[in-house]
Design a protein around this ligand. Structure first.
Ligand code: PLP
Ligand code: SF4
Length: 354
């Protein structure tokens, strides 16, 4: 591992890779994120009344507020209330509908807590809530009701004792929130602590930051990630091909030393379309990222309007398999509370094409 003190200065690093942005650009973008629904709609030139039919009207929620960084807004089509990026972040009146079967913690994560900030649901893997915040608020988020205040690590340091003691843990997954919300210094200390746990062979980072603020990928971040002796896997979260612009491609190119995977959520009205999913896989591959999972949305209160019926999801997935090489088809999965793994959703023939 490279001691943090030997990392070169940001100015020198910026020259080395000629990134078109400076070291602190991402922090400015975080602070400058749009949080007002009216402002977002003005920026994309969409009339608030354009939504009323079917989609639900835009609203300004108090509990899980609007939050969207400007580099992401730049990729939205103007004057299009159906834009797939806008729909991922715009709060609507459907979020307050009460729908039977939709819960605050449908995955029963409260029961998977190993220690404060550490979840262990699956064999050999432990998930660390490395940060309590995200750069973007995705309306379909399954952790939108997660009690981060009880688990937040961003002020202090997670207690890694539980990981040190349990030698069956081969892989540590940094999640959140978004672990790349941490400063490089904080991340370096966390990775440094994990590097010293002998039985941990792999470190995985689940993040949406390189998607919504590609400027988060700085030479200092790349050096920090490269400093761990274990194999490092980054799982990105792109849902739609329009999310991958030139800035993203430039950022992903800096990360080519790591294993890059992508997970998407299948979302009604956003990417429940075989052409969009196929293009997403192709563009990801061009950018050096392998498709990993396509998740069925979880039954989280306030997100029912994103649901895709399982038979239709399976049919879409089968069409995707017919169009793409096998390695570009993500696994279609759902999460089952208490299951030994995420469960594959497979067309059973009888209900395909619904
Ligand atoms: C999804 C998840 C994992 C990782 O599962 P993989 O199938 O290995 O990607 C680990 N821990 C928790 C709590 C999860 O939700
Ligand atoms: S980035 Fe991930 S954790 Fe954060 S709001 Fe979006 S889906 Fe949820």
């Amino acid at each position: 591992m490279i001691p943090v003190t030997t990392l070169s200065t940001n100015a020198v690093e910026d020259q080395r890779t000629s990134l078109p942005w400076g070291a602190q650009k991402w922090r400015r973008e975080l602070l400058d994120a749009v949080t007002n629904v009216g402002e977002l709609l003005r920026l994309v030139d969409v009339d608030p009344k354009a939504f009323e039919a079917g989609f639900g009207g835009p609203r300004q929620p108090a509990d899980f507020p609007l939050r969207v960084p400007r580099p992401y807004i730049d990729r939205m089509r103007r004057r299009d209330p159906r834009d797939p990026l806008l729909r991922q972040v715009l709060p609507t009146s459907h979020e307050t509908d009460t729908v039977p079967g939709y819960a605050f913690d449908p995955l029963d994560e409260a029961h998977a807590v190993l220690d404060s900030g550490i979840l262990r649901k699956y064999r050999g893997r432990a998930l660390v809530i490395a940060a309590g915040a995200c750069a973007v608020h995705c309306r379909y988020c399954f952790r939108r009701h997660f009690p981060y205040a009880q688990h937040r690590q961003d002020s202090g340091f997670p207690s890694l004792d539980a990981l040190r003691k349990d030698e069956t843990i081969r892989e540590v997954i940094l999640s959140g929130g978004d672990p790349l919300m941490l400063t490089d210094g904080h991340l370096a200390r966390l990775l440094g602590a994990l590097a010293r746990i002998d039985h941990v062979a792999r470190i995985r980072v689940h993040t949406r930051l390189p998607v919504v603020i590609p400027q988060r990928v700085t030479p200092a971040l790349v050096d920090t990630l490269a400093s761990v002796p274990q194999r490092l896997v980054l799982v990105l979260h792109f849902n739609h091909p329009n999310e991958i612009d030139e800035t993203c491609v430039t950022a992903l190119a800096q990360l080519d030393a790591f294993t890059l995977l992508n997970q998407s959520v299948l979302l009604s009205g956003i990417n429940d379309d075989v052409a969009a999913l196929a293009e997403l896989s192709e563009r990801l591959f061009e950018a050096g990222v392998m498709p990993y999972y396509l998740h069925m949305p979880d039954a989280v209160a306030g997100t029912h309007h994103f649901d895709v019926p399982e038979a239709r999801a399976a049919a879409l997935h089968r069409e995707l398999m017919a169009r793409l090489p096998g390695y570009l088809v993500p696994r279609l999965v759902r999460e089952v509370p208490g299951g030994a793994a995420k469960e594959l959703v497979i067309a059973d023939g009888a209900n395909v094409g619904a």
